[in-house]
Structures are given as structure tokens and as C-alpha cells.
Design a protein around this ligand. Structure first.
Ligand SMILES: [Zn+2]
Ligand SMILES: [Zn+2]
Length: 240
């Protein structure tokens, strides 16, 4: 299959979903985009082959616009999401970002991300978000914090699960450079999926290897020995 209407339809749907779609919704979305009105399931609607190939075809096309789609694991829920993001900062993307966000959204996002990363469980309550934003030098009004937070949650920069706010997958890819620069201690690249992790587990023998907890679980469920993928020393379970 060559790049065509199906791919264009998919891109439109992804953008309408604020650039983030859960992997477990992909089959359904793929079928809708492939077929138009017809609801027959295409044979290649598979998460391991057909869909990655389809995404690769789109990536080849949108590369020239500095855009890309990739599969990212959410550190809050362990779910995987396809995220459309800006592959390279340039004037155009800065302009787009500036138009999408007001000053409040920017400040609130930075403040909340800092609170989340410095918290012990990688999440903060909505009340903490409001309090931290109220303490900023340019004090944002509570109503404006709520409004900005609403936008950030709706656009997948942050996610809310059971009254707690976590960093969303969109931030993990779009703000990767900011997160790595800002949180040198917590940020690392997962040895298994090569993506950014802020809440990853470090090798107990301190060889420097860091992995997502979900990546580690999958890896150990398939390997014979539970040893570090870097230094080969034992890596016991540490489920807490
Ligand atoms: Zn990983
Ligand atoms: Zn190690």
C-alpha cells in the first residue's frame, strides 16, 4: 500500500485527538481510516506488523515537516500511546506552540511538571497543582490555573488518574530536551525501548542502566535469567 487517503485520514484523526492515541484503540482507528465507510477488517490490521508499517509510511511523508509519530509508554499507567510530535525545534514549530499555549499554560505546565518530578511517586494532587501555581512570583489566579490545567489535560500534556496529575506522553516526547536538561538526576534513557524515562528503575548494581518498569517486566518475562541487561548482575524484583 502506498501513502494515500488512508494515511491522510489517520493523520487527521490523530490531530483531532490532540496528537495522542492509545495503542489499544489503534485497530479500530486503523480500520476506519483504511476503509472509509466500509467496516470490514483489513487483513493487515495488526499491532505488531500492519500498524507499525502504516505509521512508518506516514513518518516518511511527514518527516519533511519535522513531524513524526512514535509509540511511547506512559509511566503513570503503563499503557502505550502513539504520539504525533515535532521532531525538531524550528521557527515554525515554535510559532505553532506559541499560538496553542498562552503564557499561563506554559507557566502552569512547567510548575506542575517540576512538582511531579520532584514528588516521590511521580504524581501530585489537583490541590497541590493549584497551591504551587498560587505561590509563583507572577501569581496566576486560581480560576486561570484551573483553566490552563483543563487545556493541558485535554491536550494530553498532563494526564489525570484518580484525582492525581501525572506527566502525559505528549510532554515526554515534545518536551524531552527540557525534561532531560531540567531533571538530570531523574531523567534517563530506557536501555530497552530507548525512550525517555523519569520514573525508571536503575540497575541495583549501579552500572548506570535505567529502564521503564513496564519494559523491565516484559523483558524479564521473556528472559531466562533475571539479570541486568547492561552488567549481567542479578536484578531482583522490587515491586512496591
Ligand atoms: Zn522503556
Ligand atoms: Zn547493571
Amino acid at each position: 500500500m502506498d501513502y494515500g487517503d488512508s494515511h491522510r485520514r489517520f493523520l487527521k484523526c490523530l490531530m483531532a485527538a490532540n496528537n495522542v492515541v492509545a495503542q489499544n484503540k489503534m485497530i479500530e482507528m486503523y480500520c476506519q481510516c483504511r476503509n472509509g465507510d466500509d467496516d470490514q477488517m483489513p487483513e493487515d490490521a495488526t499491532l505488531d506488523v500492519g500498524i507499525p508499517k502504516f505509521i512508518e509510511q506516514i513518518n516518511q511523508k511527514i518527516e519533511q515537516l519535522n513531524l513524526s509519530i512514535k509509540l511511547v509508554t506512559c509511566e503513570a499507567t503503563g499503557e502505550k500511546f502513539y504520539v504525533l510530535y515535532t521532531a525538531q525545534e524550528n521557527e515554525l514549530t515554535k510559532l505553532v506552540a506559541a499560538r496553542q499555549w498562552g503564557q499561563n499554560e506554559r507557566t502552569v505546565l512547567k510548575t506542575i511538571v517540576r512538582s511531579i518530578v520532584s514528588s516521590s511517586h511521580g504524581k501530585v494532587t489537583l490541590a497541590t497543582c493549584a497551591r504551587d501555581c498560587a505561590e509563583l512570583p507572577d501569581k496566576i489566579k486560581r480560576a486561570d490555573v484551573v483553566k490552563a490545567l483543563g487545556t493541558l489535560l485535554r491536550e494530553n500534556w498532563l494526564i489525570e488518574v484518580d484525582g492525581h496529575v501525572y506527566i502525559g506522553t505528549r510532554s515526554m516526547v515534545e518536551l524531552k530536551k527540557f525534561l532531560i536538561d531540567e531533571f538530570k538526576e531523574q531523567a534517563g534513557i530506557c536501555k530497552l525501548c530507548k525512550e525517555l524515562t523519569l520514573r525508571g528503575e536503575s540497575c541495583p548494581s549501579n552500572c548506570g542502566v535505567k529502564v521503564h518498569q513496564t519494559c523491565k517486566k516484559v523483558y524479564f518475562s521473556k528472559s531466562k535469567k533475571q539479570v541486568c541487561m547492561g552488567c549481567s548482575k542479578p536484578w531482583p524484583d522490587n515491586d512496591n
